[in-house]
Design a protein around this ligand. Structure first.
Ligand code: DX5
Ligand code: ZN
Length: 221
């Protein structure tokens, strides 16, 4: 069985009690914290920045923080999130004029780097930078909001991304983000994903451990 990772998106957490929410979801068995950064420019919504990432580290969060940048441009935010304790930093290739340079910047700051592909974007931007990638993240909804429905065409795209990664022989995670639930996670894993972002499916339930355990049970089948 692949080394599956479950990454709750704190976009759906209660921001008035963010530290407790993150503690609870990690205690419930989450592997990573997925941290959605939106700028009301690249996407039509506004969320949280590096100060909040730093606050979570100062609060004692030791788990990997998976920073998903939905901002344009990206380089200043890469520097600030690296300083703030990010583990992974991923960005959308459309949001950087110099994708290779931005990836190198992430790596030079000691973080893991990834590219994020919108539902209608082809995977071409990954092809010539595979050696600089630690993650490919496929959006299975249009970025900007939690609680949307999984776009089924992403399953074929996952297979394509899985082949790209396997053919490269490189150690690159394949993450999926948007509309992941306990009901579709197995099908998504079968299409090639090994890392799963889930926001509303986890935080909209009272018992986080019950959802995460149900997801792991699906993955174990
Ligand atoms: C959307 C974000 C997602 C979002 C997922 O732009 O990137 O991480 O929080 O939320 P759900 O799991 O509710 O689709
Ligand atoms: Zn995200």
């Amino acid at each position: 069985m692949p080394d599956y990772k479950i990454a709750p998106s704190i976009l759906s957490a209660n921001f008035a009690r963010l530290g407790e929410e993150v503690d609870s979801v990690l205690a419930a068995g989450a592997d990573w914290v997925h941290f959605d950064v939106m700028d009301n420019h690249y996407v039509p919504n506004l969320t949280i920045g590096p100060m909040v990432c730093k606050a979570l580290r100062d609060h004692g969060v030791e788990a990997p923080i998976d920073v998903h940048l939905m901002v344009e441009p990206v380089d200043d935010m890469i520097r600030m999130f690296a300083d703030a304790g990010a583990t992974y930093i991923t960005f959308h290739p459309e949001a950087s004029k110099h994708v290779d340079r931005s990836l190198q910047l992430i790596k030079s700051l000691g973080c893991k780097a990834g590219l994020v592909f919108n539902p209608a974007s082809s995977l071409d931007a990954a092809k010539y930078v595979m050696d600089k990638l630690d993650m490919i993240l496929l959006m299975s909804v249009n970025p900007g909001f939690g609680g949307q429905k999984f776009i089924p065409a992403t399953l074929d795209k996952l297979k394509e991304a899985r082949k790209l990664i396997d053919d490269s022989g490189l150690d690159i995670r394949l993450e999926i983000d948007g509309g992941v639930t306990r009901d579709n996670i197995r099908e998504i894993a079968q299409a090639g994903a090994d890392s799963f972002v889930a926001g509303s499916a986890i935080f909209n339930q009272d018992d986080y451990a019950a959802v995460i355990n149900a997801m792991r049970a699906e993955l174990a089948q």
